[in-house]
Design a protein around this ligand. Structure first.
Ligand code: SF4
Ligand code: SF4
Ligand code: F3S
Length: 263
């Protein structure tokens, strides 16, 4: 830490695929390097920390002690009863509880941390579940998506740094600024939906023209996320614009509410 202005962040990965970290490092506004070098001090990350092993575990403990009640805990991946999930020989679940205890706030990044994620699909053999299922007494903000949009991930951190508190959340614990609208509300294919012009199969003429994807399984009408407004890869595109129906990846239980596509 160079100065106290940069807020310490501990980033734990539980049962996950690292896709959320991969998304985070691609933020263009604010740029990831600005977040890492000017806003936060990333003290513990399996993906980005230079240190590893005993050194990094010791640093996590130091930050928890020196910055009690000041550090932010970011969590990627779900909570599970699976005994194989250990880090540095310790149960990931116990490490989560220990690290959350004195955090200022917890950010549950991704649909795994927010809702349990794909590992929680029926019959959920490892009892995969959300972070707020086990963390009580500390504010938890959910930033769902599989993964979440990069600029949403950095945007919520920027808000916490700027205002010293979590942004306004909706009834499900998501930041309203990014999850207040459905994909359907801002979809670039919405005019076709309103006109009753639908893709009937992925290789028909309507698909080539860009008709609405509702009849081939689009979950945009029931999915709350910013993809249609902010788009991905620095605002370039998003699944529907690229010809793929929204599978509702930011919604709870999207993994069990398929089929993902109707053929
Ligand atoms: Fe991977 Fe999706 Fe879970 Fe993120 S939410 S860790 S991208 S499976
Ligand atoms: Fe709505 Fe999906 Fe059709 Fe877009 S493609 S208008 S989100 S149903
Ligand atoms: Fe996910 Fe739908 Fe956006 S699948 S990435 S919420 S368009």
């Amino acid at each position: 830490m160079e100065t106290n202005k940069r807020v310490p962040v501990i980033w734990l990965q539980l049962m996950d695929c690292t896709g959320c970290s991969e998304s985070f490092i691609r933020s263009s506004h604010p740029r990831t390097e600005n977040v890492l070098l000017d806003m936060i001090s990333l003290e513990y990350s399996e993906v980005l920390s230079a240190a590893s092993g005993y050194q990094i575990e010791a640093n996590r403990e130091r930050v928890m002690e020196e910055y009690k009640g000041e550090y932010i805990l970011a969590v990627e991946g779900n909570v599970t009863d699976a005994e194989f999930l250990t880090v540095a020989g310790h149960s990931a679940l116990e490490t989560l509880k220990e690290t959350a205890k004195h955090a200022k706030a917890v950010i549950a990044y991704g649909s795994c941390a927010s809702w349990g994620g794909i590992a929680a699909a029926h019959p959920n053999p490892t009892n995969a579940r959300s972070v707020d299922d086990v963390i009580k007494g500390v504010p938890v903000m959910k930033v769902p998506g599989c993964p979440p949009i990069a600029e949403v991930m950095t945007g919520v951190i920027a808000h916490v740094i700027t205002f010293g508190r979590l942004p306004e959340l909706d009834g499900k614990g998501r930041p309203k600024a990014f999850y207040k609208l459905r994909i359907h509300d801002k979809c670039n294919r919405r005019a076709y939906f309103d006109a009753g012009l639908f893709v009937e199969s992925f290789d028909d003429e309507g698909a080539k023209i860009g008709y609405c994807l509702y009849k081939v399984g689009c979950k945009g009408p029931t999915t709350y996320n910013s993809c249609a407004e902010m788009r991905w890869n620095g605002g370039v595109s998003y699944p529907i614009q690229s010809g793929n129906p929204c599978i509702g990846c930011s919604e709870k239980d999207f993994w069990d509410e398929g089929p993902f596509f109707t053929r």
